[in-house]
Design a protein around this ligand. Structure first.
Ligand SMILES: NC(=O)C1=CN([C@@H]2O[C@H](COP(=O)(O)OP(=O)(O)OC[C@H]3O[C@@H](n4cnc5c(N)ncnc54)[C@H](OP(=O)(O)O)[C@@H]3O)[C@@H](O)[C@H]2O)C=CC1
Ligand SMILES: CC(C)(CO)C(=O)C(=O)O
Length: 330
């Protein structure tokens, strides 16, 4: 029987990891009328249970009461957003398996090289895993490509000390299947998100979109730690902009070695960066609060790809080395 468009819209939605990005997605979906389950832990879980979720976007504040649960109790979901720092995935994703059935679409809202990058990639490294993001290839074996919607996060958000999440600017996501197919499930998810105010497009070449974001993150996040600069300053101070450009050039060349042209030209990436406000990157926020830096997925994984090709990346390696040194000395 033909299902109506509305009936295909996801009904069981879960967000695992309710920090800045998970909180933003949860708040906006709940404001649009969706019941959202969340998986949280520790102090964040206690705070959500006690006072709920506050999300500020533009001039409005959304107050929501997401339904807290454990993966084993929540059951199989239609959509599962996973919004943690990349280094949490090897421990976290296996614990989420009770929520993943054959039809579940898993959306990793995570920066850096995704663990599934070489799933259905079709090149000479097809099927290989990258140790820095997926030790032992465990994640690669855990989830078939058919369950995954690759995701590029263009949401700028910050969680405050009281747990409230501030969204800066217009939230946007790009979704795309690892095999490039455009199917009804992903189309309905994109429509659901767009209706909730998260402008979502579907890419049939998600790796090209990923490389744009991976290049931007490699060029800005470690440099923001090294310099203490906001995104605005990174793209406006001539000395910093020169470093940003040098790293973008290296990332663009690396993408080329893997047969991908990033979805944006280098100049377009810089243009985009120049429009950014005085926002601290997620890595600078982590640095300031003494949290681990997400360098494994954002930097080391790309260096691992560079090593496979004998490609040097000196500008990026120097900045990442300094950022890591500062983090160690905190
Ligand atoms: N913030 C931003 O503006 C942007 C962030 N991103 C990317 O989005 C991803 C998520 O970032 P962001 O939301 O900022 O990160 P946060 O650190 O703000 O949030 C991560 C959340 O996940 C929770 N978490 C981690 N491990 C577990 C676990 N095992 N069980 C339950 N909860 C867990 C953390 O809890 P706890 O506090 O207990 O560790 C925290 O609440 C990252 O890859 C980031 O780079 C991308 C674009 C912009
Ligand atoms: C694009 C940028 C730098 C800001 O949203 C980001 O992805 C981050 O802070 O990690």
């Amino acid at each position: 029987m033909e299902r109506s468009v509305t009936s295909r819209r996801p009904r069981r939605i879960c967000v695992a990891g309710v920090g800045a990005i998970g909180g933003a997605i949860t708040g906006l979906l709940m404001e649009a009328g969706h019941a959202v389950h969340v998986v949280a832990r520790g102090a964040r879980r206690a705070q959500l249970a006690a006072t709920g979720l506050a999300v500020r976007s533009g001039t409005r504040t959304i107050h929501a009461r997401p339904l807290l649960g454990e993966p084993a109790d929540l059951g199989v979901q239609d959509v599962l957003f996973v919004a943690v720092k990349a280094q949490a995935l090897p421990e976290f994703l296996p614990r989420l398996m009770p929520m993943i059935g054959p039809g579940t679409i898993v959306v990793p809202a995570v920066n850096g090289l995704p663990w599934w990058y070489f799933q259905k990639e079709g090149g000479r490294f097809d099927g290989s895993s990258v140790e820095t993001v997926d030790p032992g290839g465990v994640l690669m074996r855990l989830l078939p490509a058919g369950n995954i919607a690759g995701c590029v996060v263009y949401i700028t958000a910050q969680m405050q000390a009281d747990g409230a999440v501030d969204i800066i600017g217009a939230p946007r996501l790009i979704l795309g299947r690892p095999d490039g197919q455009r199917d009804l499930v992903i189309a309905d998810l994109a429509a659901t998100l767009s209706d909730a105010g998260i402008g979502t497009s579907i890419s049939t070449a998600i790796r090209a979109d990923l490389w744009t974001k991976m290049a931007l993150n490699l060029a800005t996040n470690p440099l923001s730690v090294m310099s203490g600069a906001t995104l605005h300053a990174l793209f406006h101070r001539p000395d910093l902009l020169e470093s940003v450009r040098a790293v973008l050039r290296e990332a663009e060349a690396l993408a080329g070695l893997y047969g991908v042209r990033p979805s944006m030209s280098l100049d377009a990436m810089v243009e985009r960066g120049r429009a950014a406000g005085p926002f601290e990157t997620s890595m600078l926020q982590d640095f300031r609060r003494g949290a681990p830096l997400e360098l494994g997925a954002i930097a080391d994984a790309l260096f691992a790809l560079a090593d496979r090709m004998g490609f040097a990346m000196p500008a990026a390696r120097a900045i990442v080395g300094q950022a890591r040194g500062l983090a160690t000395a905190r």
